[in-house]
Design a protein around this ligand. Structure first.
Ligand SMILES: [Zn+2]
Ligand SMILES: [Zn+2]
Ligand SMILES: [Zn+2]
Length: 235
């Protein structure tokens, strides 16, 4: 009885292994056909259907990334976006995930030269970097409360008027806007301000079809994707 039970579980394991192997093998066979005709949407649909049967994460990631890039290749950006979002939300750290990331399939933004932000002169300080409220002193003069007024003082038992004409009419107070630093609070003394680049939404890179297609073709052929020469120079 015991032997029979062990035997049947071994059969189950072997069956599961064979089944798993065939699921990944099926996906690989579909991928080889896709390599010959990368834009074939019917084969892409076959690939999509086969992915659900694969339980091995590494294998599933490979075919999901190929499928996502295939969707981009055929112009189905919506489906590509859905798959890419799924991969990035569940398997962002998997090595295969880089091939659908903007860092990889993006080219440096020409608007901001890859910085993700634009630099402009600070209008608040006319690019001087100094606080306009205190001219960079850190303190500023404030009119003394009461100003120039004479006051009555009792000397002995007699009230006399004491002139305050020579009393200071202004007093030195710490500059609030710059918190005594003397630096322009808008640009923190830099004289320039950074604004988020609208072209690349601060990412510094813009999706590049050439790189995405090159990556797709390389993965279809089981090769290590290579970045274009101009992209390598930039790194
Ligand atoms: Zn400024
Ligand atoms: Zn100031
Ligand atoms: Zn940009």
């Amino acid at each position: 009885m015991q032997t029979k039970r062990i035997f049947s579980s071994i059969v189950l394991i072997v069956l599961a292994m064979a089944y798993q192997l065939s699921a990944a093998q099926l996906a690989e066979a579909i991928t080889r056909r896709l390599a010959a005709t990368p834009g074939d949407q019917a084969i892409l649909q076959e690939l999509k259907a086969s992915i659900g049967q694969i339980t091995d994460v590494d294998a599933r990631m490979r075919y999901m990334v190929i499928y996502a890039l295939g969707c981009l290749y055929t112009g189905d950006n919506q489906e590509a976006g859905t798959v890419m979002h799924f991969i990035q939300s569940r398997h962002a750290t998997h090595p295969m995930a880089q091939y659908i990331g903007i860092d990889y399939i993006g080219a440096p933004c020409t608007q901001c030269k890859g910085a993700g932000h634009l630099v402009a002169d600070c209008a608040a300080c006319n690019k001087s970097g100094t606080c306009r409220h205190c001219n960079g002193e850190g303190n500023r003069q404030q009119e003394a409360i009461g100003g120039v007024t004479d006051r009555r003082e009792k000397i002995g038992n007699q009230w006399v008027t004491v002139s305050r004409g020579d009393a200071p009419t202004h007093r030195t107070v710490p500059c609030g806007p710059c918190r005594r630093s003397g630096k322009c609070s808008t640009c923190n003394g830099e004289g320039t301000v950074k604004t988020n680049c609208q072209s690349c939404h601060g990412q510094g890179k813009i999706f590049n079809r050439e790189i995405a297609e090159g990556t797709y073709r390389a993965l279809l052929h089981g090769a290590q994707p290579q970045l274009p020469e101009w992209e390598k120079d930039a790194e």
